[in-house]
Design a protein around this ligand. Structure first.
Ligand SMILES: Nc1nc2c(ncn2[C@@H]2O[C@H](COP(=O)(O)OP(=O)(O)O)[C@@H](O)[C@H]2O)c(=O)[nH]1
Ligand SMILES: [Mg+2]
Length: 285
């Protein structure tokens, strides 16, 4: 989106190449209708010092409100923080869990992973490998087991062992298959039953290379389990992060982390100000 820079023209908002700006926004995965709306509103802004300022202000306004001090913390004092990780196949859920486990354990918290993607044996092994890397514990059942039962046991184990954080992996739910979504909703209910008030952090993992279909995925998962945050992965392999604006605008759910590689340290907290600034080729807002 740094192509935007050349399209803003001089000081006068009317001099900007507004069709060009709209095209770049669409190319950056903001979505056609939202891009049209951003341009229309930016053009009619009277308070902005420049076309660039107007577009920046419109983009910033699309992002969900957030507490700058937010972090992964237990909803109830004395309970573990519960993190449920959902999303379609191959978006990077298990990898993100490996990175999160590392982040939390490095911060001195005792982490326990729940292998609730029981659909494939390989998924359980993959989670174990990540757990070994950051020396955290795993609760797993046999392949094909009920994901709700795995999560229930993991919460029991976490309470018995005094774990601070429980992170549950889940199978790649095809958002068009309602039986699979029902299963995920059931896992959510298991958490609510075992730890009332725990209000799990429900992170939707979105592959940034997916494009506009990501919005439909997010809407379906939000309806099924109630998302509290988004992790945008594979930002190292695409410059098209514009889907963030469409999703936050529609769902009012904030992006919390971004994945920028396959390594254990390749997870960054999402900073909306820096993100908007980076789109315009500047380091800070
Ligand atoms: N380049 C890149 N690859 C990633 C990132 N996150 C995950 N991957 C890769 O995406 C593939 C699928 O990841 P996985 O965690 O198994 O996805 P899951 O099916 O959602 O659990 C793997 O090859 C990961 O290494 C990322 O941020 N950047
Ligand atoms: Mg997985």
């Amino acid at each position: 989106m740094s192509r935007l820079r050349g399209l803003f023209g001089g000081a006068d908002i009317a001099d900007a190449d507004w069709d060009g700006i709209e095209e770049v926004l669409i190319g950056g995965d903001v979505g056609a209708s939202l891009a049209g709306r951003i341009v229309e509103r930016a053009r009619s802004r009277r308070d902005a010092p420049s076309a660039e300022g107007a577009v920046r202000a419109e983009l910033a306004a699309l992002l969900a409100p957030r507490d700058p001090d937010w972090d992964l913390r237990p909803a109830v004092a004395g309970h573990p923080t519960v993190i449920l990780v959902v999303g379609v196949n191959g978006t990077g859920k298990t990898t993100t869990i490996g990175k999160l486990a590392h982040r939390e354990s490095r911060a001195g918290r005792r982490v326990l992973l729940a292998a609730a993607d029981t659909f494939r044996a390989a998924a359980i092994d993959q989670l174990r490998i990540w757990a070994e890397r950051s020396r955290v514990e795993v609760v797993a059942h046999a392949p094909g087991a009920d994901p709700g039962a795995v999560v229930y046991d993991a919460l029991d184990a976490a309470i018995a062992r005094g774990a601070d954080v429980v992170i549950a992996d889940t199978a790649g739910r095809l958002h068009t298959k309602s039986n699979l979504m029902d299963e995920l909703a059931k896992v959510r209910r298991v958490i609510d039953r075992r730890l009332p008030g725990a209000s799990p952090e429900t992170l939707f993992v979105l592959d940034a290379t997916t494009g506009q279909n990501g919005l439909a995925q997010a809407v379906a998962f939000h309806a099924a389990v109630g998302l509290t945050g988004i992790v945008l992965t594979k930002l190292d392999s695409t410059a098209r992060g514009g889907i963030v604006f469409a999703i936050e605008d529609q769902l009012r759910v904030p992006v919390r982390f971004v994945g920028v590689g396959e390594g254990i340290d390749d997870l960054l907290p999402f900073d909306p100000t820096a993100f908007v600034a980076a789109l315009f080729g500047t380091a800070r807002g």
